[in-house]
Design a protein around this ligand. Structure first.
Ligand code: ZN
Ligand code: ZN
Length: 234
């Protein structure tokens, strides 16, 4: 299982463009899912080319939540590449997209998306956001969050305890900019308690959280940036 970071606020590979937003490409060898698109098509397309990802091979698109830094490139992506693929979104809110191809699938509860890949279902009181799960084997999975607006600990707790996935790796935006160090340490302690072995804090996770992770996380910390590839095998 490979996860490639296509869009992030930071650059890890020359030639990619940084942007405030998030997009990751998940490839399990036969199914290729785009989790979020980032804010702009120009950035997404440029970075995919530099990283060596063929956007026309995508089998499904997963939009974590309807903030433009996560779905801004959706419409031009679908229309320019003529992608006739399902697009999983967490609410029925009208967003004004004119999608000439593909099919919107509204996710209202935990569900299988495609080929051992799942949605947690929407969580959060004020803003509907779902997170993406991909199984590596029968007892380990990866969890990808967009912004983690419902709270990274809450999402992880729900995924592990209620949905009963064992999470080997957590990747994505964790929405922890401006959170004080004491709280960040508590969050890392909680994440450790779920026996997560890899973490890649992206986008809105914040540099303070990265520092605390580097000190306290019990597994491996992957620094995020456009062009980073995380290889996860069971
Ligand atoms: Zn965001
Ligand atoms: Zn957001």
């Amino acid at each position: 299982m490979k996860v490639k970071i296509l869009v992030d606020n930071k650059i890890a590979l020359n030639g990619t463009i940084a942007a405030w937003g998030f997009s990751a490409y998940v490839d399990n060898g036969k199914t290729k899912v785009l989790v979020d698109t980032g804010p702009s098509f120009r950035t997404l397309e440029n970075n995919a080319k530099v990283i060596g990802v063929n956007l026309d091979e995508i089998t499904a698109i997963f939009i974590s939540h309807l903030h433009s830094d996560h779905c801004g490139a959706l419409e031009p992506l679908i229309n320019n590449y003529e992608l006739d693929v399902p697009v999983f979104i967490p609410s029925r809110r009208y967003w004004g997209w004119k999608l000439k191809f593909g099919k919107l699938v509204y996710v209202s509860k935990p569900m299988k998306i495609i080929d051992e890949m799942y949605s947690t279902g929407p969580l959060g009181m004020w803003l509907s956001e779902h997170s993406f799960i991909a199984k590596i084997d029968s007892d380990s999975s990866i969890l990808i969050t967009g912004c983690a607006h419902p709270g990274i600990v809450k999402i992880l707790e729900y995924t592990v305890k209620t949905l009963r996935f064992n999470i080997l790796a957590v990747i994505g935006g964790m929405h922890l900019i401006g959170v004080d160090r004491f709280k960040l340490e508590k969050i890392v302690e909680k994440i450790n308690s779920f026996k997560v072995e890899h973490i890649c804090p992206c986008h809105c996770s914040g540099d303070d959280f990265l520092k605390v992770l580097l000190n306290r996380f019990s597994g491996k910390v992957h620094r995020c940036g456009c062009g980073v590839t995380i290889n996860l095998d069971a």
